[in-house]
Design a protein around this ligand. Sequence first.
Ligand code: HEC
Length: 148
Amino acid sequence: MSYRNPLIILLSMAAVLLFAPVHATDPEDLIDYRNSVMRAIGGHSAAAVAIVRGQVEHDEHLPHHAEALVTTTRMIAALFPAESAEGDTDALARIWEEPEAFSAAIANTEQAAEAFLTAVNEGGDVGSAMRDLGMSCRSCHEDYRARR
Ligand code: HEC
């Protein structure tokens, strides 16, 4: 068997990839990722608020921000694995101590984002749906995020 044979080399590289141990993600990377997604959610929220308040005339963007809020708030449930509890984070330990209440807070925001999208698409009360969404964020932050 010669290692100069390209097929052998390719096969052994594939074997290395196949059997490489699954390495755990660095907790700081999990925390950074969480905050990146949260900032994306914050960005779409702030942009939507500016449109709803009439501060900018980009009404045609509103459905896209609303869609993005539905998509990104659905990611929240995956952003708090146990390994991400400690490190450079404002997430409070309560998150992992009361998982049911925390899941309820996530569900609140997911539903508020869906209601906001429905209001935007079907001509409902967009302002009040936006406020409800904002309240749902604030409520989770008050309970589960450290004040700076
Ligand atoms: C279920 C709880 C929960 C919900 C719902 C939630 N957040 Fe958060 N959010 C957190 C926690 C906890 C942190 C702190 C994360 C950390 O520091 O690791 C955070 C952090 C943030 C940050 C700071 C990111 C940074 O870089 O420091 C922003 C902005 C943010 N959230 C926006 C929002 C907005 C806007 C909504 C609603 C549309 C929302 N969040 C809904 C729990 C939540």
